[in-house]
Design a protein around this ligand. Structure first.
Ligand code: ZN
Ligand code: ZN
Length: 277
């Protein structure tokens, strides 16, 4: 997509604000304590400016630019991690994204929530300091409020109530595919997925003309979630965005029968956006 004013485009789009791991790419350790030979990806991460460099990646996060029937745009962000400020400086300025209207959280780990304090710079400016709606499970909220007491009204000091702090309007969602919710006019279905065997995180299914499932930091799909987004359930996906936190290798006897996959040496496009029909 050409650099330009998103609001002038009568089409929805997905913008990948980050596709890196929890530490981001490059890894600081790879650069200051290089292995022999040095890590190729992290070495290449310094060879081009970040904007054009597919090997320079922030924490995993998606911006949905939702263009409604009346051509009004709403901007919804999934996850606000440690590198959120950098993502705003790089991509919001590039695509001329004027604000964030809603935030969805997949879970409460640092790479998904530690940028919440910077939300104040992307909220719609009103004189009444209206808070950004933030959708998360009760467990996620409890954990985030412990780390950011000023995000909850109870934790605000007198000065902070009227000042420029990141205020959010908590909207509790359920770990349940059958409990959809609407954020900034767009309907989302929560998709519970395993993030390790003892922890459940959320992915999200959204879109009318184009069904999109966004699932990050996942180790395994529970069968109920897998069925929910399956053809059999009538929800065949147009686009699956999948980020896994572990590589699940086939058992050795199966692996031995399969030739290793060929890995393309091409670099991905630097432009991280997708236009939706
Ligand atoms: Zn590295
Ligand atoms: Zn995590």
């Amino acid at each position: 997509m050409e650099k330009g004013e998103r609001a002038a485009v009568d089409q929805s789009a997905l913008i990948f604000l980050g596709t890196g791991c929890s530490s981001g790419v490059p890894s600081g350790r790879c650069l200051i304590q290089p292995s022999d030979p040095p890590c190729l990806v992290c070495s290449m991460s310094l060879k081009l400016p970040p904007l054009n460099n597919p090997n320079y990646r922030c924490n995993t996060s998606l911006l949905i630019d939702y263009c409604q029937i009346n051509n009004e745009h709403n901007y919804i962000v999934i996850d606000v991690g440690k590198s959120f400020r950098e993502q705003v400086l790089r991509w919001f300025t590039f695509y001329k994204i004027p604000r964030v209207d809603s935030v969805l959280l997949t879970h409460e780990h640092a790479d998904a929530v530690l940028g919440l304090d910077d939300l104040h710079c992307v909220k719609q400016f009103h004189h009444d300091v209206s808070p950004i709606p933030l959708y998360a499970t009760q467990d996620c909220l409890d954990s985030v409020v412990l780390r950011f007491p000023h995000l909850s009204k109870k934790g605000l000091t007198k000065h902070e109530v009227t000042g420029e702090v990141a205020q959010v309007d908590w909207r509790i969602i359920e770990n349940d595919c059958e409990k959809p919710f609407i954020a900034s006019g767009l309907q989302f279905y929560p998709l519970p997925v395993m993030h390790g065997e003892d922890y459940v995180a959320l992915g999200f299914l959204f879109g009318d003309k184009c069904k999109v499932a966004y699932i990050s930091d996942v180790s395994r799909f529970p069968s109920s979630t897998e069925y929910f987004i399956s053809k059999g359930r009538g929800r065949e996906l147009d686009l699956l965005i999948l980020d896994t936190n572990s590589i699940i290798l086939p058992p050795p006897e199966i692996a031995a029968e399969q030739p290793p996959p060929e890995i393309a040496a091409e670099q991905p496009e630097a432009d991280p956006s997708i236009q939706l029909p």
